[in-house]
Structures are given as structure tokens and as C-alpha cells.
Design a protein around this ligand. Sequence first.
Ligand code: IYR
Length: 224
Amino acid sequence: MGDTPADLPEQIPHIPYRRFDPGMPAQEAARRFYEVMAQRRSCRFFSDRPVERVVIEWCVRAAGTAPSGAHKQPWRFVCVQDPSVKARIREAAEAEEREFYERRANPAWLRDLAPLQTGPEKPFLEVAPWLIVVFKLARTDRGGQVYYLNESVGIACGMLISAIHHAGLVTLTHTPSPMGFLSKVLDRPEHERPFLLLPVGYPADDATVPDLSRKGLDEIMVVV
Ligand code: IYR
């Protein structure tokens, strides 16, 4: 059988689009959203204060609204609350991180990280009430192709991070490298590949963040 029209799947019917109405002029809405997002910081110091599962569910639902190549939605969000699983993840991640800091990282990388005072110890992997481990699907669950995988999952992660921030929680994009241990610890199938690990929770009362500044609009925007 070839790709004759008879083999093509049914077309999806179109329905009228209802625009999201922010209830204020676009300029005001855009500025207010910026002001929320500008307060987001990656946080390495978590409180053990619990976060209800339903909060995590809403955040993951928001991530799941991301656009994706051919609408394949090639992601899975494994949400870990079990302390024994978190402990195993911490142990394996710290083993990789020790390798990274002691051997794998080149001098320029270590120099770039030094101001941020990161290191191989990752207590947040046990202290944070939730770890969301994002997997990208190299094939669909039924074995089909996926498209623009990194773009799709990257966008979903951005939306997840925004949702977590909007809920008044903090997170951190943690990328222990290599991340293969996450598939083992979490017993995920072969077509799911670890992409990003996000500890999620409330910040510790005495949490600090590096006093960073962000590039200004003139540095990041070009209008032609
Ligand atoms: N994965 C290591 C190292 C690290 C790398 C980058 I690039 C950072 O922005 C921060 C840390 C770690 O998590 O410590």
C-alpha cells in the first residue's frame, strides 16, 4: 500500500477560535505578565513544607497545553513524592555530579559555574516535596514518529516552570549529566528519555539567590 489519499487519516474538523480576553489592553496585560515572570528565580534552597498533589497536577496540565510537532505531545512528567525514591535519585545524581565537578567539566565550565557556588551536593533532591522528572518521548507510546522533539519538550518545560512560579512555588532546572540513571530508578520504558529534573516546593525561609541581573531589551531584541 502506498501513500494514496485512501491511506491518510481523517482530517480533524475545525471549530471557531475563541480568543483569550485578558480584560485589559494588550500592553497592560503584557507588562503585568512580565512583572510576574521577572520575579522568577531558580532556587536551590527548598522548604520541606508539603505541596498538595493537586497543585502539581494543575502545573503539569499547564505544561501539557504546550504546542508540539504534529501535536504528538511527546512528553511524560514523572512526579516523585516518595521519600525513598527521592533518596535514590539524590544518591545517583550526586555520584554523577561528583564525576562532573572532579573530572568531566572542563576548566572554562568550572570557571563559569564558580560565581554561582554550585557543587556536587544536591540536598534539594530530598528536601523538596516533589521532583518532576520530564521525559521526552523518542517515539509515541504506540511506536509512531515524533517531530521537533527537543523544541516541543523544551517549550513544555518553559510552560511548566512558568506554572510553578505562578503558583508561588520555586523550582530549579537541574540537569545531572548523564541522566540515564533516572530511567532506571523510575523504571521508565526505553522510548522515554530523561530531559530535565525539576525539584518543586516552597523556598526555604532563609533561601538566597545569586544577585544576578538580566540582559536588557536592547541586548536581546532586534526589530527590523
Ligand atoms: N549539573 C551541574 C553543573 C551545572 C551546570 C550548569 I550549565 C549550571 O547552570 C549549573 C550547574 C549541577 O547541577 O551542579
